[in-house]
Design a protein around this ligand. Structure first.
Ligand code: B12
Length: 224
């Protein structure tokens, strides 16, 4: 059996391999065992999100793109991962509440929502309320809930590069309606560039990793 992961990179690698094998074999129980070992270890949750969840799904995507696994296996891998993410909840809500909140959304026609959910969970982990609206949310509905909740920040998560136009337009529209609320944008789409497209919209920052996000949560607008 593999070791629980800690700072030991060999154990982390073994655990990742085990989880990936579980995903590729549609074996939810194996994935669950591996996931729970990470949770029981002293590794930070961020390493579980990036080192296990993100890394394994990127590999699933590569295999699917090369025709090495079926669409059904890719969908099952996604479903297994989404179900296991909620196992982090006891750790997420253990921190003292900060009285702050974030609204996290994906733009219209963006159906990749796992990254956005993880971002919402990072806010919870840091004592904020993370209101996660999920995939494919029309801008009028994002604005309606901002009006209702008065969040401290709005986050737009984007995976598909061809959705960047929509993110620019959402950011501009939200900013025009709520000029005092900062907006963060991020996600896989920026692997292929695009940060500069937000330069002209005041109050919008593009962050590329969960580490940067945690720095922003801790330091707010003073984050450099
Ligand atoms: C699962 C999946 C789907 C599922 C999504 C279901 C769901 N519930 O989310 C479904 C089946 C819907 C799907 C559909 C499609 N998909 Co898809 N999908 C994937 C897959 C395999 C995994 C996505 C995922 O969850 N990744 C894991 C998460 C954790 O990673 P992440 O999103 O990057 O998030 C991390 C960071 O980016 C960060 N982050 C995210 N947001 C933010 C925001 C801020 C502020 C910060 C700081 C950080 C941050 O946080 C996370 C940290 O772990 C990827 C492969 C891949 N490389 O990701 C392909 C992939 C994204 N899909 C792809 C494609 C092409 C499609 C389709 C067009 C396929 C088709 N022909 O229909 C459609 C498009 C649908 C649409 N309009 O959105 C391509 C995109 C290529 C590109 N250049 O844009 C990929 C890369 C596959 C590939 N290798 O080709 N897909």
């Amino acid at each position: 059996m593999n070791q629980p992961p800690n700072e030991n990179s060999a154990a982390i690698e073994t655990s990742y391999r085990d989880y990936l094998e579980g995903l590729l074999n549609n074996d939810r129980q194996r994935c669950r065992d591996s996931f729970e070992k990470w949770l029981a270890s002293d590794a930070e949750l961020r390493t579980l999100y990036e080192g296990l969840v993100q890394r394994s799904l990127y590999e699933v995507g590569n295999l699917w793109e090369r025709g090495r696994i079926s669409v059904a296996t890719e969908h099952l891998a996604t479903a297994i991962t989404e179900s296991l993410l909620n196992l982090t909840y006891p750790r997420l809500f253990a921190r003292p509440r900060q009285g702050k909140s974030a609204i996290i959304a994906c733009v219209a026609d963006e159906y990749h929502q796992i990254g956005g959910k993880i971002v919402a969970d990072i806010f919870e982990l840091n004592g904020w309320n993370g209101y996660f609206l999920g995939a494919n949310t029309p801008v009028r509905d994002v604005k309606a809930i901002i009006e209702e909740k008065h969040p401290d920040v709005v986050v737009l998560s984007v995976t598909l590069s061809f959705n960047l136009d929509a993110v620019v337009s959402y950011a501009a529209e939200i900013r025009a309606a709520f000029p005092e609320i900062p907006i963060l944008v991020g996600g896989q789409a920026f692997r292929w560039g695009g940060r500069e497209r937000f330069d002209h919209i005041p109050g919008v920052r593009c962050l590329t990793s969960l580490g940067e996000l945690e720095m922003w949560i801790k330091n707010g607008e003073n984050h450099v």
